[in-house]
Each structure stands twice: as structure tokens, then as C-alpha cells.
Design a protein around this ligand. Structure first.
Ligand SMILES: C[S@@+](CC[C@H](N)C(=O)[O-])C[C@H]1O[C@@H](n2cnc3c(N)ncnc32)[C@H](O)[C@@H]1O
Length: 314
């Protein structure tokens, strides 16, 4: 199976002048402590508010200014954001979905890129209703409400609901940036619902910081190895171990114990080509985006004796 995992440098150096405040030390909250509402007051109280209105770029600059001068924000940021924005310009998705919207930075950056590329819809799936309200407010300020739809709820529930109602029938590009162990379960759900099919592209954030070994293992696996896992009943790629408590329990205070739907086994026959693109967090800490292209599907026929036979690659 053609699976590539080449490392590629995307940015030579991080420009320290644009660095966000450092993320708080372990044990100190770095989100959901009122800073998201403070950001709204900062943006709407900005001396340049009239120039910010209807300008996605100026809204992003105002959010960056808050992150630089006030408090850390867990946004994808300018460097990693450019990697995905370039991918949007190349792939020209009609429908793009992001998992995890926070205060709307990626949503505004990528929603604008999708609109410029002639796309139809950008869905931002965000579980925290307060954060979703912040996204909606800033998306409206940026003049992107016609393209962006913010969906409140857990990503898995929202994907199922949007699919069942016929609102979401395909995902051309997906940005994964929510609860780290849910990257693989949500991808498998999208495979199962045939939302992710050949032609789809996935961009997964934070694959270096904090890292996501189970997800990388899954998207870098060959079809034959995924088929073996599938048949053995092993839930490859959905472990919650190996993340460290800070990331495994990141949303526990607000949301309680995470419930991952590990029973959905996905479609092992999809052929992925995956590569890591190195970049930086908005604080300057090295991180990377894993870009995965679904380049085909192996058709499988089950014979009389139950043995699987691969027919051909599409
Ligand atoms: C890192 S932030 C997203 C940052 C955003 N993509 C950006 O770059 O501007 C992660 C977000 O995912 C949300 N989240 C976590 N688990 C989720 C889930 N299962 N479903 C939907 N949203 C989730 C959190 O509430 C948080 O706002």
C-alpha cells in the first residue's frame, strides 16, 4: 500500500515578535477561566473595531494581539494555520469540517479560505456552548456567517446528527483539533458513514505537541494491517493511554469523563497517504500537522468460506 510519512519543514524559523504568551504551567488553567469572554470584550472594544468589522484578516489580527499581549489562547495560530489555508487553496473543498472550534481562530482563517476557494460550507463543531457563542460572535463580526455553520455539541453526536438529517453528506477536508483521543474515533465514524471517501483530505493538529501516537499509527497504517486489526476486533488507534493526564483529562472539569465510541471500526479499506508537516505553535513551541490524503479504496469480496479477497484498488 502506498503510505508515505516523510517529514517536511514548512517554516524555517519562528518569528519571536509574534509569539503568544506562554501556555500556563501544569496545574494552572490555560482555558475556560473567563479569558474567552475577555477576548470578546477586547475585540469589540478595540480602537480599530470599524476596520475589523467584515475583515476576517483583521479579526484574526485582533485575536493574535490578545494572545500576544494578554493571555495564551489555544489557537492553531498563524504558522500552522498557513499550512492548512494553503491546503484549502489547493484542494478547494466544497465542504470542510473542523472538530474543535474554541474561540473561532481556525474557523475564521479556514472559513475565509474555503469561501475564497469557491467552497459552500464550513462546519465548526464545538462542544462547549460558551466557546461556540464566542465563535458565532466573531464569525459574524468577520462577515463569514453565510459560509460558516457553528454546531454545538460533542463532535461524534454532531457528525451523526448532521449526517442523519442529510445536511452533511461528504467531507472534502477535515481539520481535527479537539480531544486528542477522539481524533481516531471520529475519523472512523466518518469512514463508517461514508463521509470520508477517496478524495478526502485530513489535517490533524498537535501531532507533535502534545502528540497523538494512536492517530498517527492509524492514518499511517497499510490497508492490510488495518484489515488485520479490523478482523481481530482490536480497536487500533483509539487508546487513551500515552497522552499524559493533562491531555487525557483536559476537559474533565467541565465535561466529566470522556465517552469515546470505540465500537465503530471504520473502513480499513481506505488507502491513505500521510505526511507530517513541521511547524510552530503560536507560542513558538515546535509542533506539526499531519496531512492525510485518502487516495483510494480496496474493494473487498467475502468468499463462501468467509475469507476476504481483495479485488482491486479504486
Ligand atoms: C485546541 S481547541 C481548538 C482550537 C481551534 N481549532 C483553533 O485553532 O482556533 C480544542 C476545542 O475542542 C473542543 N472540544 C474538545 N472535545 C470536543 C468534542 N468531543 N467535540 C467537540 N468539541 C470538542 C474544546 O471545547 C475546545 O474548544
Amino acid at each position: 500500500m502506498p503510505v508515505s510519512t516523510m517529514g517536511r519543514k514548512s517554516a524555517d524559523n519562528f518569528d519571536g515578535k509574534k509569539a503568544y504568551q506562554a501556555q500556563e504551567e501544569e496545574g494552572v488553567p490555560f482555558f475556560d477561566d473567563g479569558r474567552e469572554i475577555e477576548l470578546l470584550h477586547f475585540v469589540y472594544g478595540h480602537p480599530s473595531i470599524e476596520e475589523i468589522r467584515n475583515s476576517p484578516q483583521r479579526v484574526l489580527e485582533a485575536i493574535d494581539e490578545y494572545g500576544r499581549t494578554k493571555k495564551y489562547l489555544m489557537n492553531v495560530g498563524n504558522d500552522k494555520g498557513k499550512i492548512v489555508a494553503d491546503l484549502i487553496a489547493e484542494r478547494k473543498p466544497q465542504v470542510m469540517v473542523e472538530l474543535g472550534g474554541y474561540v473561532g481562530y481556525s474557523c475564521i482563517l479556514f472559513g475565509d479560505a474555503v469561501r475564497q476557494a469557491g467552497g459552500r460550507r464550513y462546519f465548526s463543531l464545538e462542544r462547549n456552548p460558551e466557546f461556540a457563542a464566542v465563535i458565532m460572535s466573531l464569525v459574524d463580526l468577520a462577515g463569514l456567517s453565510d459560509t460558516v455553520k457553528v454546531v454545538v455539541g460533542s463532535s461524534a453526536d454532531s457528525i451523526k446528527r448532521l449526517h442523519a438529517s442529510g445536511i452533511l453528506t461528504q467531507v472534502d477536508l477535515m481539520f481535527l483539533d479537539h480531544y486528542k483521543p477522539a481524533y481516531t474515533t471520529d475519523l472512523k465514524l466518518c469512514e463508517h458513514l461514508k463521509l470520508v471517501t477517496p478524495g478526502a483530505v485530513l489535517a490533524a493538529d498537535n501531532v507533535i505537541k502534545p502528540g497523538n501516537p494512536p492517530y498517527l499509527e492509524y492514518v499511517r497504517s497499510s490497508v492490510s494491517s488495518k484489515q488485520k486489526q479490523y478482523e481481530s476486533g482490536e480497536t487500533n488507534g483509539v487508546e487513551t493511554t500515552g497522552f499524559g493526564d493533562r491531555w487525557k483529562d483536559q476537559y474533565k472539569t467541565r465535561e466529566g469523563e470522556e465517552k469515546l465510541s470505540t465500537e465503530i471500526k471504520g473502513n480499513p479499506n481506505l488507502i491513505y497517504e500521510s505526511e507530517l508537516v513541521n511547524s510552530y505553535e503560536p507560542t513558538g513551541v515546535p509542533d506539526g500537522i499531519e496531512i492525510t490524503r485518502c487516495i483510494g479504496e480496496v474493494e473487498v469480496e467475502v468468499e463462501m468460506n468467509g475469507k476476504r479477497n481483495d479485488l482491486r484498488q479504486s
